[in-house]
Design a protein. Structure first.
Ligand code: FMN
Length: 399
């Protein structure tokens, strides 16, 4: 597998923007130091000068202000890097903890004109299956209060076509591309992963286990600890690529599922996929979506996914990625404090494709303001000292 380097150019630095909730005076765009050097690499003197200039701008010093009598002390670099597969010797190190979620950022190439994709932590591709799929009957998407419902049905051209069309482009990128894999049987998943294994441009695998397990009466893998472990173990045996397994928020005791996939060899856990929901077409007096059910995503999902992150982070040793309703720096901070090492931005990308880059910049600025040298200090800051009770025991009513 091609080992991804962690240094990129300063392209796209103009994407910096002030944090929406706390407007700041305009300042000169600052290239986050974390993306200019490898983690741990020393600042060069020219960079130090830039850092000082940035500090002055941040304090809104007038351009013509005289230089301070004593030089400013060098600002510590903020290291936003995150290792999503610590068991695999740095095989999946992201430059920032803000990723693009599966199914909402295409194959990355669609956005390459608009966004400096190299400044995204990692890109999760659309769900990829062994054979191409046309997806579900329309309508497939609808808005809901504080969110959206989708029933795309994993439309994709199949793994062969995905490799043929996109792998070469991905191989030329520094940003890790993680292929999201779906299937209806353990053999399906394994066949897709075998085909991806060793292909240049594939930095990792993300298993979408919110799929019907045809061999077990169609119950989702993600809702059954044994099935979740079985598919994870089989895929683990088929590849050395970093492996993320994405949980469903609908699991009754998500901690059991998380433990099962961690024990079966997952390198990281994604929490969460969408939550099953539906919508009614009142004119026609029937379900709105062609598929009746759809997956709820967006801000409405965040408290649920946040709770899953909080529960899972207490029972596994591997990194957890927070996914669900990330749309602002506050959301990123909440997920980190609940125990996530990174986050993915999904539905919010439709409104603002630059969001993953902007949130990383805002996180860096926030850490700097707090005098922190890494966001990693925040990870799990809100976790209890002793393991908290599971949410399935009295989430709303506590005797
Ligand atoms: C239109 C759409 C398509 C999606 N496709 C996939 C997919 O192919 N595989 C997958 O694991 N998750 C898929 N998801 C789920 C997202 O990756 C993410 O887990 C979910 O939307 C929650 O994040 P959000 O609230 O930021 O959107 C999809 C979501 C949306 C909205």
């Amino acid at each position: 597998m091609k080992r991804k380097k962690t240094v990129i150019t300063s392209r796209g630095a103009a994407a910096h923007a002030p944090r929406p909730r706390a407007p700041q005076p305009p300042r000169t765009p600052v290239v986050p130091s974390s993306i200019l050097r490898l983690p741990g690499e020393k600042l060069r003197s020219a960079e130090l000068a830039d850092e000082r200039a940035a500090a002055r701008n941040a304090r809104n010093a007038p351009a013509a202000a005289p230089a301070p009598a004593t030089p400013l002390p060098p600002l510590a670099a903020v290291d936003l890097s995150v290792d999503l597969a610590p068991r695999r010797d740095g095989a999946l190190v992201l430059r920032t903890p803000v990723m693009a979620a599966a199914g909402t950022f295409g194959y990355g190439v669609e956005y390459a004109e608009l966004v400096d994709v190299e400044r995204i932590g990692a890109i999760c591709s659309k769900g990829t299956t062994l054979k191409g799929r046309t997806g579900n009957a329309p309508p497939r998407v609808t808005e809901t209060a504080s969110g959206m419902l989708n029933s795309i049905g994993l439309q994709n051209p199949g793994v062969e076509a995905v490799l043929e069309r996109y792998a070469q482009t991905w191989a030329a990128w520094e940003v890790p591309v993680i292929v999201n894999v779906a299937g209806e049987s353990v053999d399906d998943y394994v066949a897709v992963v075998r085909r991806l294994d060793g292909e240049p441009g594939i930095a990792g695998i993300e298993l979408n286990i919110s799929c019907p397990n045809v061999g077990k009466g169609g119950i989702q893998f993600a809702l059954d600890a044994d099935a979740a472990a079985q598919v994870t173990r089989a895929v683990r045996a088929a590849t050395q690529l970093p492996l993320l397994v994405k949980l469903s928020p609908a699991a009754q005791d998500v901690r059991r599922i998380a433990q099962a996939v961690a024990d079966a060899g997952a390198d990281a856990i994604g929490a969460t996929n969408t939550l099953p929901g539906m919508s009614i077409d009142r004119e026609r007096r029937r379900p709105f979506l062609g598929n009746t059910y759809g997956g709820l995503s967006g801000p409405a999902l965040k408290p649920v996914a946040l709770r899953v992150v909080y529960e899972v982070a207490q029972v596994v040793e591997i990194p957890v990625v927070g996914i669900g309703g990330v749309a602002s720096l506050d959301d990123v901070l909440d997920y980190l404090m609940a125990g996530a090492s990174a986050v993915q931005v999904g539905s919010a990308v439709f409104a603002d494709p630059l969001l993953p880059v902007r949130l990383a910049d805002e996180l860096e600025a926030w850490c700097r303001d707090q005098g922190m040298t890494s966001h990693r200090e925040l990870v799990g800051a809100a976790l209890p000292g002793r393991r908290d009770r599971p949410s399935m025991k009295g989430a709303e009513y506590r005797p």
